[in-house]
Design a binder for this molecule. Sequence first.
Ligand SMILES: Nc1ncnc2c1ncn2[C@@H]1O[C@H](COP(=O)(O)OP(=O)(O)O)[C@@H](O)[C@H]1O
Ligand SMILES: [Mg+2]
Length: 236
Amino acid sequence: MSGPVLIGDAMTGGYGAADILHDCTIAVEKGQIAVIVGPNGAGKSTAMKAVFGMLNIREGQVRLNGRDITKLTPQARVAQGMAFVPQTSNIFPSLTVEENLEMGAFLRRDDFRTTMEQVFDLFPILRDKRRQAAGELSGGQRQQVAVGRALMTQPSVLMLDEPTAGVSPIVMDELFDRIIEVARTGISILMVEQNARQALEIADKGYVLVQGRNRFTDTGQALLADPEVRRSFLGG
Ligand SMILES: Nc1ncnc2c1ncn2[C@@H]1O[C@H](COP(=O)(O)OP(=O)(O)O)[C@@H](O)[C@H]1O
Ligand SMILES: [Mg+2]
């Protein structure tokens, strides 16, 4: 089927009286990486929440494989193949790594051990630390737990809100490599990133959001080459 796997189409809405998103459109194609960048408070996390159903939009639509899912709860969206790693509180710190992954599989009735092995193959350190409390791990390792937990539902679309927040450049590169690896398996990635330059390098599609609106939309490479995008959003 053609067209995006997932699209938040012309979304307008917010948390209360005032709208945060204004006619905002975000989409990702199958097996591709779409990246949302923009200043603090631009509405990046809000756009992710809207796409995942954690925020009701007043106008616009969310479609998954062409189907209108605007009214579905987040849990129903998970059942339809979406997974979301929020910006904060994305692991259970007191549970072990393995228990975190098991929690990720909560909707599954089948044997999820194969998927857990795939997560361990992707993030081998988690196999070594599977009996440790997730809260004891390093920041980068905790992000691996969060991504791994999201993968336990075998999603077709993986949404990540700032997966590299607070990690070193080396750990960030490593995590981006793993995200590319996930995309190569056919899983679509929709990701918010503060490390805009590095994220756009791996992005098939990039969105620059400003004050809840689409400011620039293009391929990652084109955005990286755009003088205005560079000057205003990438530090020159
Ligand atoms: N739960 C909330 N209730 C009310 N306003 C919020 C809430 N979360 C975020 N906002 C506001 O929405 C705007 C966009 O925030 P956010 O989507 O978190 O931006 P970003 O992720 O781009 O930094 C900000 O003005 C923020 O203060
Ligand atoms: Mg945010």
